[in-house]
Write a protein that binds this ligand. Structure first.
Ligand code: SAM
Ligand code: SF4
Ligand code: SF4
Length: 367
């Protein structure tokens, strides 16, 4: 169901500060965009910093010593993040993912998790709160995160081969320490941990089968992600992409697979079960098989801008609304207006021209 917003506008500022309609129906958890997609997921980047320099995300040549990260005062505080989350939940968000940058670099993240876990959907259900992390700080933090109410963890790991992984994270971080992070999460009570592997031709495609084999039977789920043209600094080229179809072919040749049903409508990964019943893998085909038609995701950047697509070129400054004293209802209306007007489907429209456009970096917008 879509909500019609009466277009009587209180224009606050020029630029990226969203318009606030004077009248709008109260949010009822059913906010639809121009393509009938309901708002369902909010990804929050809690820091634009990271202790890795993955070559496909924060290459050292761009994110080197002189790189200007956001100063502390620009970051949303935990109170501001929780307030925003509450307003998005009123519009239908049921899943929140904390990401970054490396989210565990944000001090006391478990405090934020606890604040978010106290929120309820309009029909009084708890939220699904997830974290995407490179796992380096999991051994230290995971118990506190679990106790605070974190529901799910995704760990990024691009290779089990020591040389390849150290080269891809580009800070010489060892594989064994990521595996320790995964074990710590498992020990703290997290199951079916998702393991994200970004596959880049000529870099780690030779490690796809070994990754699948390592986690087969463990209860964890490896998800192979096509290398994407996010941001403007990773030197993306179509010829560096290994398609999901090719990945499934590689794994299937070694360990037979059968296609599985999606868990829910709009699930990003296509699921494949091992034919012998020993688990599953997923493939995320943002480049070769776009899934924009069911995309219910929106993103809140580290400094409080709302981006309705991972490949957006600009965002809407919700922090400006908050810090200028706007009420919950005014900000709620702005969020509703933005989602109602959303048309994004970048991956469906991707061309040579669009891949070269200046887009926001993934570490800032949140992966
Ligand atoms: N630092 C955390 C981590 O790596 O898990 C969270 C943020 S990271 C930006 C979130 C996810 O985006 C990771 O799984 C990462 O592999 C993925 N990612 C980053 N750049 C990508 C790219 N160019 N193509 C595909 N996936 C990418
Ligand atoms: Fe950091 Fe994650 Fe980006 Fe790697 S993918 S540089 S760990 S934010
Ligand atoms: Fe969603 Fe944009 Fe990705 Fe399409 S390209 S699936 S609209 S985030």
């Amino acid at each position: 169901m879509s909500i019609n917003i009466i277009p009587t506008i209180d224009l606050l500022y020029a630029g990226q500060v969203p318009l606030i309609p004077a009248y709008a129906p109260a949010p009822n958890g059913q906010m639809s965009d121009t393509r009938g997609r309901l708002l369902g997921d909010l990804r929050i980047s809690v820091t634009d910093r990271c202790n890795f320099r993955c070559t496909y995300c924060m290459p050292k040549e761009v994110f080197g010593k002189g790189y200007q990260y956001l100063p502390q005062s620009e970051l949303l505080s935990f109170d501001e993040i929780t307030r925003m989350a509450r307003l998005f939940v009123a519009h239908g968000v049921t899943k929140i993912r904390l990401t970054g940058g490396e989210p565990l670099l944000r001090k006391n993240l478990e405090v934020l998790v606890k604040m978010l876990a106290a929120l309820k959907t309009p029909d009084d259900k708890p939220l699904d709160i997830a974290l995407t992390t490179n796992a380096t700080l999991l051994p230290k933090k995971v118990k506190a995160l679990k106790a605070a109410g974190l529901n799910r963890i995704t760990v990024s790991l691009d290779s089990l081969d020591e040389v390849t992984f150290r080269a891809m994270n580009d800070v010489n971080f060892p594989v064994a320490d990521v595996l320790k992070g995964i074990d710590a999460a498992h020990g703290a009570g997290f199951s079916a941990i998702k393991i994200n592997m970004v596959v880049k031709k000529g870099v780690n495609d030779q490690d796809v089968v070994a990754m699948a084999r390592h986690f087969k039977g463990s209860g964890h789920i490896v998800r192979f992600i096509e290398f994407m043209d996010v941001g403007s600094s990773n030197g993306w080229r179509m010829k560096d992409v290994i398609s999901s179809a090719e990945i499934v072919r590689m794994v299937n040749a070694d360990m037979p697979l059968v296609q599985a049903q999606s868990n829910y409508s709009g699930e990003v990964a296509k699921r494949w079960n091992y034919a012998d019943g020993s688990g599953e893998i997923g493939v995320i085909s943002s480049v070769t098989q776009a899934f924009c038609s069911t995309c219910t995701r929106t993103r809140l950047s580290t400094d409080g801008k709302l981006y309705t697509c991972l490949f957006a070129q600009s965002g809407h400054d919700l922090r400006a609304l908050m810090r200028s004293g706007k009420s919950d209802m005014q900000i709620t209306r702005a969020i509703g207006l933005i989602w109602n007007q959303r048309e994004d489907r970048y991956s469906q429209l991707r061309t040579e021209e669009t891949t070269g456009r200046k887009k926001v970096e993934m570490s800032y917008i949140g992966g």
